[in-house]
Design a binder for this molecule. Structure first.
Ligand code: 4AD
Ligand code: MG
Length: 454
């Protein structure tokens, strides 16, 4: 065999803490650099999840241009870390060669240091993403998605891939993104919408698959509200459960979902939770999810009145029994209750047409919003209207054309599976789990009014 080939083969390209006297050939980014006259030290970050490893190299072998964020290739031998040296690893690399493969400039550190203003962190998101803690948040997001998926899979739901282009609104015309889509002929393009929710796709799938269905996909809302919890594109985990007849059945599903996801996160994300210093917080949230408060909308109104949470703070105007509670006051209420609240039985006039009417009070719907302290609503859900005629009148009441919803009405014509379902905003859930105020601090690529870079 060619001599060069055998020598190449003896180099390892991954590092293990038990490696001693092993030859390695590794690539990575320079996290920190300390140049001295004789020997220099650099911290090599070679893998997202690992801390950086110390590389010791004779200074005359170091390229003059090397600096933080240079992408380098290091060849050398792994040695035990000297007793007095401090590093996250018990080993270090004694380099024979450090080659600068991708150069950088020393200004990197001043582009977006951790103390930068939130606006800078948005403008420099492509660089801020490399901050070790922010990078961990991005990984925690991946773990949260894995935890949600695992919960769905373990509880017998089938993964459905929903479309992003739709022909009807699901959550109100005000937040619809209209897109020009090619038509049958090039001179006649058609209008479609970016989906606000994949709920209808899941509803169509349930009777075809004869089982619960779920999806994890982006939803789009042309929200013109500049709030700390609204995005124009967000990750949405949705489920549709079959054979759900009562609100109690539906609430049991939601409670198991909240607890199940947090328990999975605790098990799968221990490293990330530890790095972010939120291990104890997540244990508390898991505990909290086992003692939720179920509150009828009209009792929530009574609570607002009792707690002096006003419809209009300036004039001290109280809420009326059928008022919708806006975001700010809702969050005040939940914060003062200090627990997870399942708000149920809303007046039908401000909820979506697809929600089933409450058999005990036909002016209210069997919907449930899950609210958490600090963030507010993280889940919108409810039992679906199963009766074709009632659904038709609810469409008309909402000034929607039943003809546009012909396929949706057909679901009621041919053996409705008596489903309930829910949509969980993953980005809001992550905001709550990490315990920060704004959704923009935790989303890797936030999209909101006036912002769509990088
Ligand atoms: O309450 P929503 O509008 O409910 C639905 O879309 C239902 N069709 C879901 C279903 O039953 N399958 O949205 C569900 C959740 C909200 O509770 C919130 O967490 C999140 O989606 N959400 C947003 N997150 C970030 N930015 C926005 N603009 C959001 N709008 C909704
Ligand atoms: Mg909602």
């Amino acid at each position: 065999m060619d001599q060069r080939m055998t020598s190449v083969r003896t180099f390892k390209t991954e590092l293990s803490e038990s490696d001693h006297d092993t030859l390695v050939d590794m690539v990575g980014w320079v996290d920190a650099l300390r140049k001295q006259t004789k020997v220099s030290f650099l911290q090599l970050r070679f893998k997202g999840t690992s801390p950086s490893v110390q590389v010791v190299v004779s200074s005359d072998k170091l390229h003059a241009d090397i600096c933080v964020e240079s992408f380098v290739r290091v060849r050398g031998v792994v040695r035990k870390l000297p007793l007095k040296a401090r590093s996250s690893y018990p080993i270090e690399i004694h380099a024979e060669e450090v080659e600068v493969v991708g150069s950088s400039t020393p200004e990197f550190r001043s582009e977006c240091p951790p103390q930068s203003h939130a606006d800078t962190k948005l403008q420099k998101r492509h660089l801020w993403m490399r901050d070790p803690l922010f990078a961990t948040i991005t990984r925690l997001r991946a773990v949260l998605i894995k935890s949600i998926r695992k919960y769905f899979e373990d509880s017998g739901c089938l993964d459905i891939i929903p479309p992003s282009f739709t022909s009807v609104e699901c959550e109100g015309g005000a937040s619809l993104f209209r897109v020009t889509h090619p038509g049958k002929t090039s001179d006649k393009p058609m209008d479609v919408y970016l989906t606000q929710s994949s709920q209808f796709a899941l509803e169509y799938a349930v009777p075809a698959q004869r089982q619960h269905c779920y999806c994890i996909a982006p939803s789009f809302r042309a929200e013109s509200s500049h709030t700390r919890r609204h995005l124009t594109e967000f990750m949405h985990a949705e489920a549709e459960w079959m054979g759900i007849f009562t609100m109690d059945d539906h609430l049991d599903k939601l409670k198991a979902l909240m607890t199940g996801i947090l328990a999975n996160l605790q098990a799968l994300g221990s490293a990330e939770l530890e790095e972010l210093g939120i291990t104890a917080r997540v244990a508390e949230l898991l505990e909290m999810s086992q003692h939720v408060l179920v509150l009828d909308h009209k009792d929530a109104i009574a609570e607002c009145r009792a707690r002096k949470i006003y419809k209009d703070e300036e004039t001290k105007l109280h809420f009326e029994e059928r008022d919708d509670i806006p975001e700010m006051q809702e969050r005040k209420l939940i914060d003062s209750l200090g627990c997870i609240v399942m708000l149920v039985r809303f007046p039908k006039e401000f909820k979506s047409f697809y929600m089933a009417l409450d058999p005990e009070d036909q002016t209210r719907v069997l919907g449930c919003d899950v609210e958490v302290p600090g963030v507010g609503e993280v889940i919108g859900s409810g039992i679906r209207e199963w009766d074709e005629e009632r659904l038709r009148s609810r469409l008309l009441e909402s000034k929607l054309d039943p003809e546009d919803y012909r396929e949706y009405l057909d679901l009621r014509k041919y053996g409705h599976g008596r489903t309930s379902g829910m949509g969980l905003g993953i980005d809001r859930m992550l905001t709550w789990i990490i315990g920060v105020t704004s959704i923009r601090e935790v989303v890797t690529f936030p999209r909101f009014p006036g912002y769509a870079r990088p």
